[in-house]
Design a protein around this ligand. Structure first.
Ligand SMILES: *Cc1c(COP(=O)(O)O)cnc(C)c1O
Length: 368
């Protein structure tokens, strides 16, 4: 059995199946009380505000961008070092993506690079906490305020991370989380958007429901703006409610395995991604940054341990061709990047084997 880099976390059957059966045969399987209960419980647990549940993280990004007033021809400054939905969602609005460079030691958006790219057309900054390592969102917040533009936090990798004891997702005007299959927490598909400005709450509720208000009869309701079929349903929300009971344990395993790697690799001089001072990553992935990544990958594979870069710099896709520019920080990060397994499924014996294999492969490669 190979140790994977990512893995689906399902609650134990005895916790899940009874409640799942109940909701499936309740006669109320679409958006309803379970969804609203899930929103409240998630919001409280992660100390956020105005949380709404949608059917994906991508839908949440789309909602955030539309609610920010992004229109065709506008510019959104974003990072190429992420999963594709971060950036394809910008194209849904007709806006153009402008690539910020990333810090070569963290893989996260570089605030200096962002500030240089601001133009009259810039309407928003979309920041990702890549792999669960917090980005410098405090500086990005200052820049967004200085130029009066919107800040959106994509927290899909970073559930449970913190900066200066403040939860990830509490800095942006909007922040989004994903519950897609392999994230820290899954509802099969799903997402949460947290909204800073109370007055945007109702419009996003309409946005996820065809543009209609849900509590008005179909004869009286009036659609004034385009909306989509983006609601979460009671079945996936039920899974989410149960997942929330176990999520602290799962996240703390990602963190303790990664802290173990950090201390081992520091001691043996194995280069790995830096942590923003004052921040606590939640390590959806652990990032090595070694020139010997290929040798390390091969050595891990011999021990039945997967490792991977997992993502492709989004700027390399044809659809983003017109946004291409030189990104030296990105190149330097990506060419050394290797994600090794650090999640809840990695036990103490396995993490020891992973660390020893990495250290040995790195040192042998150096002596070649
Ligand atoms: C998974 C992911 C998303 C999109 O979430 P979905 O729920 O799959 O739509 C957005 N951004 C990042 C960084 C992701 O990893």
């Amino acid at each position: 059995m190979m140790i994977p880099v990512v893995k689906v976390a399902m609650p134990p059957k005895d916790q899940l199946l009874g409640q799942l059966e109940e909701v499936l045969y309740s006669g109320m399987i679409a958006e309803g009380e379970k969804v609203y209960e899930f929103e409240k419980k998630f919001q409280k647990k992660f100390k956020l505000q105005n949380c709404l549940a949608l059917n994906s993280g991508t839908a949440c990004l789309h909602a955030a961008l539309i609610s920010s007033g992004i229109k065709p021809g506008d510019e959104v400054i974003s990072t190429p070092m992420t999963a594709e939905p971060t950036n394809t969602s910008i194209l849904y609005t007709g806006a153009n993506v402008v690539w910020s460079d990333v810090d070569p030691e963290t893989g996260n958006m570089c605030p200096d690079s962002v500030e240089k790219l601001i133009s009259k057309k810039t309407k928003a900054i979309l920041c990702v906490h890549y792999a669960g390592y917090p980005a410098d969102i405090v500086k990005l917040r200052e820049i967004a305020d200085k130029y009066n533009i919107v800040l959106i936090e994509d927290c899909a990798h970073a559930l449970g991370a913190e900066i200066n004891q403040s939860p990830i997702g509490s800095f942006g005007d909007f922040s989004i989380f994903s519950f897609q299959a392999i994230k820290h927490m899954t509802t099969i598909e799903g997402g949460i958007i947290s909204i800073k400005d109370d007055s945007r709450l109702e419009e996003i509720k309409e946005f996820r429901w065809f543009g209609m208000q849900k509590n008005i009869s179909r004869q009286e309701v009036d659609i004034k703006r385009v909306g989509y079929k983006y609601n979460m349903n009671n079945v996936t929300a039920t899974i989410g409610l149960i997942q929330l009971d176990n999520i602290d344990t799962l996240i703390s395993k990602h963190i303790s395995n990664s802290n173990y790697f950090n201390s081992k690799f520091l001691k043996h001089n194995i280069p790995h991604a830096s942590i923003l001072p004052g921040s606590s990553p939640s390590y959806w992935l652990y990032s090595l940054l070694s020139e010997k990544h290929q040798q390390i990958m091969d050595a891990l594979k011999k021990n039945n341990i997967f490792s991977s870069k997992l993502h492709k710099p989004n700027c390399d896709h044809t659809i983003f061709k017109s946004s291409r520019r030189e990104l030296k920080g990105l190149d330097k990060f990506y060419e050394r990047l290797l994600h090794i397994p650090c999640g809840w499924w990695v036990n103490k014996q396995q993490r020891k084997l992973i660390a020893e294999t990495v250290i040995e492969a790195h040192n042998n490669a150096r002596n070649d």
